[in-house]
Design a protein around this ligand. Structure first.
Ligand SMILES: *[C@@H]1O[C@H](CO)[C@@H](O)[C@H](O)[C@H]1NC(C)=O
Ligand SMILES: *[C@@H]1O[C@H](CO)[C@@H](O)[C@H](O)[C@H]1NC(C)=O
Length: 838
């Protein structure tokens, strides 16, 4: 270090000064912060002392109490740095800064003054007391607003001290320095562009303080600015319109939609609350909105059928009173929640049967408030009923008959109408209708049987009920009330009502009179059953009453004829062989069947060994050869008995003369005490009758042949018309062997004298036939009638004596009449034969 050169002027001053107070003085100038051991100056040399003196004088530096920054090297006389010297610590802002040292020598005492001036070096940077500065500035702060900043401090002095500031960045703020009276500067930050918290909520600026040293040093401080919010932004909804759907009948509390608004402001200015604006519409009852989070929830019930759409105005407000609104459109989705409702508009309680097809019975209105498919309704009926349902028009259905209704099949119907919509799930409802079918008199009474047959034994008591007819009517009530009426007809020329009566209510048929089988075998009549409808319906049934025979008639002897007083005798020649047919007892019984089944018995006889009576046929035959000794007169008592229960009988006395000549008989018979003249007469008549019969038979045969030829010619003409066929006469039924046919015989009884009664039997049909057969002339007809009557008479006479002649008789009659009757008669005859000869 070149102390000398540097300190020349100082040295001069030291010299002058030291002469006055002390021996000498020296001054040095050194910069601060020199390293330990650095040489400040050569004190010995500068003070002109030799090193010995220093040693001997025990030179030393006196600093008083203050820090010893320096030390003196006695050997070399050099002043060295003992402690690092910091000017700022030593002198602070005082300039110049110097250390004032005294060097003391002993032997002699000498005092030397040493001044060490310490010069500043730029060893301190400007610094700020705080590491950072924070500001909170409202965003609405006006331009030009000033904010005082902290000053920096630099302990250096002079040019090395704080010189200026700078601020970065300078977008919004600039620096402004103000010189103070003490030479320092205040620092201000001035807003020159308005703040927007929403844009820059926080800013960091760096303030730098710079000194003037070489090299320049600086200190910085961070300025943090928080921009305070002002309510300068209204809330804004994210969407202007929100859309949501909601199914009807959704649960209360269902979250419908969430609206959201934002507010760029902060704090209370940005705190949004939501409201439903159109509360007047009653929507507030249905929906609520969470004020805080904008969640709209269902609070009531939603029914599509009442409202299918909602529009909610939502308002969002911040605390500063700014607001925004949006619209929420909620569409309600229909679900099938309504059953169809069935309304029967008109329905009669009853209709009459037989109503025509497609008759509308009822109109039905069906409503389903659901929409779309859920509101589409169709209706069906229960099965197996004769009705149909058709859609008349929208929502209207008509119930019609599908068939004719028949009360007799079904008197009432339960009609179930079921209507279902087409929603998913399907909902349906049904209604039960009851329909009564009224009766119409459309059914006639029906007899239980198509034909009634009853038996009644003759000789019944009058008023006896015979049997009962019954008819039923399937209609109802009065229409089914059956009365029985006897249809008027004639039986044997008498009104049927004189035979039978019918109880109108019960249908019981009673006999009005006592019946006689022998007069009436059967009774045919009609009974009508009539109902009480209007008009009434009726039906007929044929009733046949068969009268049954009782054995109420005894056999009647036809031959031999029992005449009062006169004696008729059968002649038996003495030469007669065994089995000679003496005669035949002919009897009839007007009863029928067993009651008319006759048997013959020989009850008494003069000579029982000579004669026998055929039990079945009444033939009296000889049993043995007649001998000379046999008496002429024989008296046989024959009993004729019928087979009824109890049986009835008749007896006849047969006189037999065994003689070879007629005079013998006469003489013998005189002794019978009878009128011989009568006997002679009778014999004569018999012979005469036989002769007449023979003649008539031959004559008849001739007549038959000629008539037959004539008929054959007329045959075609005869058969032209069916109506010309003769009325079939009553033809006698079959009778058992041993009995002659009843009517036949009945008519014959008195024929010897009365031809008229005989002819009466045949005449009705012969007359008819004759009219048809021969229109030639009345002469011919009368002649024919006469012939015919004679023939029949004759044939009948034969019939009495020999049964086999019946065949001849019939054949003759048939030839006389037309062929139709012939075939019918021969058929009956064949049957008769079968019966006779089984
Ligand atoms: C109809 O219903 C009624 C009452 O339920 C019942 O008494 C009647 O028997 C029913 N009729 C028919 C024909 O089913
Ligand atoms: C009933 O019979 C009478 C006479 O036999 C007849 O005139 C009438 O038409 C018949 N009535 C019916 C319904 O058959």
């Amino acid at each position: 270090m070149s102390v000398t050169a540097k300190t020349w002027p100082q040295l001069a001053y030291l010299l002058i000064f030291s002469f006055s107070l002390v021996h000498a003085q020296v001054s040095y100038t050194i910069p601060e912060e020199m390293a330990k051991g650095s040489v400040v100056g050569n004190v010995a040399q500068d003070l002109g002392l030799d090193s010995h003196r220093l040693k001997s004088g025990n030179a030393r530096i006196y600093t008083g109490d203050s820090t010893e920054y320096t030390e003196l090297k006695k050997e070399s006389g050099l002043l060295l740095i003992k402690e690092k010297i910091d000017r700022e610590a030593l002198c602070a802002k005082t300039t110049p800064c110097a250390l004032h040292l005294q060097m003391i020598l002993d032997n002699p005492v000498e005092l030397y003054r040493i001044t060490v001036e310490i010069t500043d070096i730029n060893d301190n940077a400007p610094s700020f007391k705080k590491k950072e500065i924070t500001f909170e500035i409202s965003e609405i702060a006006g331009i030009g607003a000033k904010f005082m900043l902290e000053k920096a401090f630099d302990p250096d002095v002079g040019i090395n001290s704080l010189q200026s500031y700078s601020l970065k960045p300078t977008d919004h703020f600039s620096l402004k320095l103000h010189n103070q009276a003490d030479g320092s500067k205040t620092v201000e930050m001035v807003l020159h562009k308005s703040l927007d918290r929403e844009e820059h909520g926080r800013m960091s600026l760096l303030l730098t303080a710079i000194d003037g040293g070489e090299p320049q040093m600086s200190g910085t401080v961070q300025i943090h600015i928080t921009v305070l919010d002002a309510n300068d932004n209204a809330p804004v909804f994210k969407q202007k319109i929100y859309k949501a759907t909601l199914t009807e009948n959704a649960q209360k509390g269902y979250k419908v939609a969430t609206v959201s608004a934002s507010d760029a402001d902060e704090g209370s200015n940005g705190k949004i609350t939501y409201y439903i604006a159109n509360i007047m519409d009653g929507l507030a009852d249905v929906f609520t909105i969470d004020q805080m989070n904008g969640v709209i929830t269902l609070n009531g019930e939603v029914d599509y059928e009442i409202a299918n759409n909602f529009q909610i105005d939502i308002e969002a407000k911040d605390q500063g009173g700014l607001s925004d609104s949006c619209k929420v459109i909620i569409d309600v989705v229909d679900i099938n929640d309504n059953k169809p409702s069935i309304n029967v508009l008109s329905m009669p309680k009853s209709i009459s049967e037989g109503s025509q097809l497609d008759r509308v019975i009822a109109m039905i209105n069906v409503n389903d408030p659901d929409s779309g498919q859920s509101g589409q309704v169709h209706c069906v009926l229960n099965d197996n009923i004769p009705f149909s349902i058709t859609s008349a028009s929208n929502n209207f259905f008509s119930l019609k008959t599908q068939q004719e209704l028949d009360r007799e099949k079904n008197a009432e119907y339960n009609i179930t109408v079921t209507c279902a919509d087409e929603g998913v799930p399907q909902l349906s409802s049904s209604v039960d209708l009851h329909l009564q079918i009224l009766d119409v008199n459309d059914n006639a009474p029906v007899f239980e049987r198509s034909f009634y047959e009853a038996y009644v034994v003759e000789n019944n008591t009058p008023g006896q009920s015979v049997f009962k007819v019954k008819a039923s009517d399937s209609d109802w009530n009065q229409n089914a009330r059956v009365s029985y009426i006897l249809e008027e007809s004639a039986v044997n020329g008498v009104s049927v009502s004189s035979y039978v009566s019918v109880n109108a209510d019960s249908g019981i048929i009673s006999a009005v009179r006592s019946f006689d089988y022998e007069q009436l075998k059967e009774l045919h009549f009609c009974v009508k059953a009539q109902d009480g409808g209007s008009p009434p319906l009726s039906s007929n049934v044929t009733v046949k009453i068969i009268i049954q025979d009782q054995n109420d008639n005894a056999p009647q002897i036809l031959y031999p004829v029992q005449t009062g007083g006169s004696v008729v005798a059968e002649m038996v020649p003495r030469s007669a062989d065994v089995g000679y047919l003496v005669t035949k007892v002919v009897a009839v019984d007007v009863d029928s069947g067993q009651n008319a089944w006759l048997s013959y018995k020989l009850q008494k006889a003069t000579d029982r060994a000579l004669f026998e009576v055929g039990a079945q046929n009444g033939e009296i035959r000889t049993v043995r050869q007649v001998t000379e000794t046999d008496a002429v007169k024989h008296r046989l008592t024959v009993v004729v008995e019928d087979n009824g229960q109890p049986s009835r009988s008749a007896t006849v006395i047969v006189n037999v003369a065994v003689a070879d000549s007629f005079p013998e008989v006469l003489s013998e018979f005189n002794s019978f005490n009878h009128d011989t003249a009568y006997s002679d007469n009778l014999t004569f008549y018999l012979i005469l009758a036989l002769a007449v019969v023979s003649v008539l038979f031959i004559f008849s045969l001739t007549a038959i042949i000629s008539v037959k030829i004539y008929r054959w010619k007329q045959e075609r003409q005869f058969y032209k018309s069916g109506s010309n066929l003769p009325v079939i006469p009553y033809y006698p039924p079959v009778y058992p062997d041993g009995t002659l046919q009843r009517v036949y015989n009945y008519e014959m009884c008195g024929t010897t004298d009365s031809r008229m009664s005989d002819i009466k039997f045949v005449r009705p049909y012969s007359q008819n036939t004759l009219v048809n057969v021969s229109r030639a002339g009345t002469v011919q007809r009368e002649k024919r009638e006469q012939e015919e009557a004679d023939l029949i008479l004759e044939v009948r006479i034969i019939a009495y004596s020999e049964r086999i002649t019946l065949r001849v008789e019939l054949n003759a009659a048939f030839f006389l009449e037309n062929t139709y009757f012939m075939s019918l008669a021969s058929k009956v005859f064949d049957e008769k034969q079968d019966y006779m000869y089984p």
